[in-house]
Design a protein around this ligand. Structure first.
Ligand code: ATP
Ligand code: ZN
Length: 293
């Protein structure tokens, strides 16, 4: 019997997943896409890095500089690199001081790759897109489920100002029913993004008042509920930045995001670490079949 496990590494928030854990992720992935089916979202594969300039334009760097993972690269030829390395080792100086910041950063959320796909377009009808990505956030704590590297499946809706909030509400209801079918007890709560510094004072209160962000929270076994999914309504923020139109209006956008590792941890907290012993209904929902494997 193989217990599903997230195996810690020497750095906090970075874990290796064994096959049993990953089999549950596979089951979740097809199950999420199954309940997205009526909308038949256009599916994309997106990379784990993204343009730094794009995130700057979107305001991510101002709002969450503390969470952003930047990449640094050495500029120069190989011989020079080896000489620099040798000199560094000799005098104990940091090896990275000759590096320069790259034009790509670690992707902090999957949906940033999707809005640009319809930039400068006028949409005849609402568009639904989906992708999953390995995301990186430089999280400060190492509590269970607060990973630095994790996967986020997102479904994005781009449409008119009536369509998008209605879609977001429907998704919240559907996601809740889906989680309950997996045996999870979830609370649905208005939330705010973890803005940094002055952005917290300026951006969090309107986000809360207008109920733009909702989280579905579950206990991962630590006694403290964490968001296993969330839905964000951005109004016309991204539509304006990317020049997306619907019927003469600036398009509105929303996204529904699922934290795959956190959902598996929530399932383990409720049903135990051995997926072959999970209730038949849960195994069925994950496409495992009712019988022990
Ligand atoms: P939190 O409130 O826990 O910091 P968040 O509000 O920053 O999360 P979102 O930006 O809404 O989270 O991310 C979408 C989803 O991705 C979350 O609902 C969660 O399931 C997952 N997620 C976010 N941060 C992490 C993390 N550090 N480790 C694992 N999963 C995460
Ligand atoms: Zn998103």
């Amino acid at each position: 019997m193989l217990a599903a496990s997230l195996i810690p590494t020497e750095v906090s928030g970075v874990g290796v997943l064994n096959a049993a854990f990953e089999a549950v992720v596979d089951g979740l992935r097809s199950s999420v896409l199954g309940f997205a089916r009526p909308e038949d979202p256009q599916a994309f594969h997106v990379p784990p890095v993204i343009s730094r300039a794009l995130l700057e334009r979107l305001g991510y760097v101002d709002a969450f500089p503390n969470l952003l993972g930047t990449l640094h690269t050495f500029v120069g030829d190989n011989r020079r690199w080896r000489a620099v390395q040798a000199a560094r080792l000799a005098d104990g100086a940091p090896w990275h001081s000759d590096q320069t910041i790259s034009d790509v950063v670690a992707l902090p959320a999957t949906c940033y790759h999707l809005y640009p796909l319809v930039a400068s377009q006028t949409l005849a009808q609402a568009v639904t897109m989906t992708a999953e990505a390995s995301c990186y956030r430089h999280e400060g704590s190492s509590e269970l489920g607060r990973l630095r590297s994790f996967r986020m499946r997102e479904i994005v809706r781009i449409g008119g100002p009536d369509d998008v909030p209605a879609w977001r509400d429907e998704w919240l209801a559907r996601a809740r029913t889906w989680f309950e079918g997996l045996g999870l007890t979830v609370s649905v709560e208005v939330a705010t993004d973890p803005f940094f510094g002055d952005a917290a004072r300026m951006m969090a209160p309107p986000q809360r008042q207008e109920e733009l962000k909702w989280e579905l929270k579950a206990d991962l076994g630590t006694g403290r509920a964490q968001a296993i999914a969330s839905a964000n309504y951005h109004k016309d923020h991204f539509g304006g930045l990317f020049g997306i139109q619907t019927d003469g209006d600036v398009a509105h956008t929303a996204c529904a995001a699922f934290g795959l590792e956190r959902i598996v941890l929530a399932l383990i907290a409720v049903h135990g670490a051995a997926p072959e012993r999970w209730p038949a209904s849960v195994r069925g929902a994950l496409g495992f079949g009712g019988a022990d494997r």
